[in-house]
Design a protein around this ligand. Structure first.
Ligand code: IFM
Length: 449
C-alpha cells in the first residue's frame, strides 16, 4: 500500500479561526459586547475563569498571522466576523472602524496571495440582540440579513467565499439547552426555535450575499458526526437514529430538502419550533457548498432515563481517545460521513471547513514544539478525505482547525488546537512541527507521513 496520496489539482488547503476566539481588543474602536463577553465574565462559566478579552490579540497582530500563513504556503484562510464590531447594537448604526478592520484584514490576505473565506456568524451575537430575545426572537433573523448586507456591501467585491453560520447545532443546543455556552440558557423549546431562526437567517441572507458579492460561493458550516448504534438491538438503532436526527439531519434536511425530519418533528412534539409559511422555502435556497466540521464518531445506545433523546454515548476501551472530553479520534468516521452525505444529500460540493485535535503542546527550551500526534491525526483524516474523493465525493478543500492556539470557549485556554503555538504570556507565535508538516502538504498538494 502506498503511503503518499496526491490530491486533485486546485484542492484548497487552508486554516480556520473565529473572531471571539482570536481577536481580543474587545473594547476597541467602537466594538460593543457580544453574548460571549457577557458569558465569559460570569464567574465559573469558563475554565480558570478566562475570557476572550485579549486571547491571541489578532486584532493587532493580524499582519503577523498572515505573514506566518504566507511563509508556510497556506493559500486559503477561513475567519469569522464579529457582528458587534460592525453593528455594535446588532441593528442600526454601522461602526465604520469595525468594518475597516475586516477590510484591512482582507486586503492583507489578498496581498499575501491568500484567499479569504468569511463566516458571518460564529456564535458571538451582539448582547443588545440577546437582550431583545436573541435568536429565539424571529426579528434576529431579519437583523442578521441586514448585517449580511452591510458586510457584503463593504467586502463582497473582494471576498468571494461566504459561510452564513458556523455550527448552528452548537450555538442552539450548547448555548440554549445545555447552558455551557453563551447565552447559557437551558430550554429545549428555545434551542429548537433558535435553530429554526438561525436557519431562516441563513436562507434570508443568501440572496443578499448573491446580490452584493457577485459570483460568490455560499455555504453553511455544520458540525457533523459519524454515528453508529451500539448494537443491532432495535432500541439502540432507534436511539442512534434520533441522535443523528437531532445532530445531523435537523440541520441538513431543511437546507437540502426544505423540511425538518418527520421522525424528529414527531419526537419533539410540542417543543418543535414555530415555522411560518414560506420559511422552509427560504431556508432551502440553493447553496454552492456544504461546510463540514468533523471531529469525532459517536456510538449511541438507548437509555430510558437519558437525555431528551433517551440515548447515551458508549465508550469502549479500544477507542482512541482524544484530549477532548467525549471525542474519539476516528478518521474512518470522516470517510463514512462523507460517503453518507454524498448518498443522502445528492452529492453536494463540500469543503472540510474544520478538522483538528487539541494536544498538551509544550514549548521546548530550544523554541520548538513537537506534536507528532497531531501530524498523525491530520494525516489520517486527510487520508480519509482523499479516499472519499477517490470514491466520488465532491470534496474541494480542507481547513485545519486551527491556525493558532486560541480561546476554546468554555474550556478557556486549556486546549491547544493550533498549527502555531500561542505563547499567551508574550503573544509570540511559534510554528509547531505540524505547521511545518502542513506547509509541505500545501506546497506539494499531497500527504505523506
Ligand atoms: O473551537 C471550536 C470552533 O469554534 C468550532 N468548531 C470546533 C472547534 C474545536 O472545539
Amino acid at each position: 500500500m502506498k503511503d503518499i496520496y496526491t490530491f486533485p489539482e486546485n484542492f484548497k488547503w487552508g486554516t480556520a479561526t473565529a473572531s471571539y476566539q482570536i481577536e481580543g481588543a474587545v473594547n476597541e474602536d467602537g466594538r460593543a459586547p457580544s453574548i460571549w463577553d457577557t458569558f465569559a465574565h460570569k464567574s465559573g462559566k469558563i475554565d480558570d475563569n478566562m475570557t476572550g478579552d485579549v486571547t491571541c490579540d489578532h486584532y493587532h497582530k493580524y499582519k503577523e498571522d498572515i505573514a506566518h500563513m504566507k511563509d508556510l504556503g497556506i493559500r486559503n484562510y477561513r475567519f469569522s466576523l464579529s457582528w458587534s464590531r460592525i453593528i455594535p447594537e446588532g441593528s442600526g448604526k454601522v461602526n465604520q472602524k469595525g468594518l475597516d478592520f475586516y477590510s484591512r484584514l482582507v486586503d492583507e490576505l489578498l496581498t499575501a496571495g491568500i484567499t479569504p473565506y468569511a463566516t458571518l456568524f460564529h456564535w458571538d451575537l451582539p448582547q443588545a440582540l440577546q437582550d431583545a430575545g436573541g435568536w429565539a426572537n424571529r426579528e434576529t433573523a431579519y437583523k442578521y440579513r441586514d448585517y449580511a448586507d452591510v458586510v457584503c456591501t463593504a467586502l463582497g467585491g473582494r471576498v468571494k467565499n461566504w459561510m452564513t453560520h458556523n455550527e448552528p447545532w452548537v450555538h442552539s443546543f450548547v448555548g440554549h439547552l445545555y447552558g455551557d455556552h453563551a447565552p447559557g440558557l437551558k430550554d429545549l423549546k428555545t434551542a429548537l426555535q433558535t435553530a429554526h431562526h438561525m436557519l431562516l437567517a441563513h436562507g434570508l441572507a443568501i440572496p443578499v450575499i448573491r446580490e452584493k458579492s457577485p459570483g460568490a460561493r455560499i455555504g453553511i458550516v455544520n458540525n457533523l458526526e459519524w454515528i453508529e448504534p451500539a448494537s443491532m438491538d432495535s432500541r439502540d438503532r432507534d436511539a442512534a437514529d434520533r441522535h443523528d436526527g437531532a445532530f445531523n439531519r435537523w440541520f441538513l434536511d431543511p437546507v437540502f430538502y426544505g423540511s425538518y425530519p418527520k421522525d424528529m418533528m414527531d419526537w419533539y412534539g410540542s417543543d418543535a419550533p414555530e415555522i411560518l409559511s414560506g420559511d422552509m422555502k427560504t431556508i432551502s435556497a440553493p447553496i454552492d457548498f456544504l461546510g463540514v466540521n468533523f471531529y469525532t464518531r459517536r456510538i449511541i445506545a438507548h437509555e430510558n432515563h437519558g437525555n431528551f433523546l433517551k440515548c447515551r454515548q458508549v465508550r469502549y476501551p479500544f477507542m482512541k481517545k482524544s484530549n477532548y472530553e467525549e471525542w474519539e479520534n476516528n478518521a474512518e468516521g470522516l470517510y463514512r460521513l462523507l460517503i453518507r452525505l454524498k448518498t443522502d444529500y445528492g452529492n453536494p460540493e463540500m469543503m472540510i471547513t474544520e478538522n483538528g485535535t487539541p494536544l498538551p503542546d509544550v514549548l521546548e527550551a530550544n523554541g520548538e514544539v513537537h506534536d507528532p500526534e497531531r501530524i498523525d491525526y491530520l494525516y489520517r483524516h486527510m487520508g480519509a478525505a482523499w479516499q472519499a474523493i477517490e470514491d466520488g465525493v465532491r470534496l474541494k478543500g480542507y481547513f485545519v482547525w486551527s491556525l493558532l492556539d486560541n480561546f476554546e470557549w468554555c474550556l478557556g485556554f486549556t486546549k491547544r488546537f493550533g498549527l502555531l503555538y500561542t505563547d499567551y504570556e508574550t503573544g509570540k507565535r511559534i510554528v509547531k512541527d505540524s505547521g511545518h508538516w502542513y506547509s509541505d502538504v500545501c506546497r506539494k498538494n499531497r500527504i505523506e507521513l
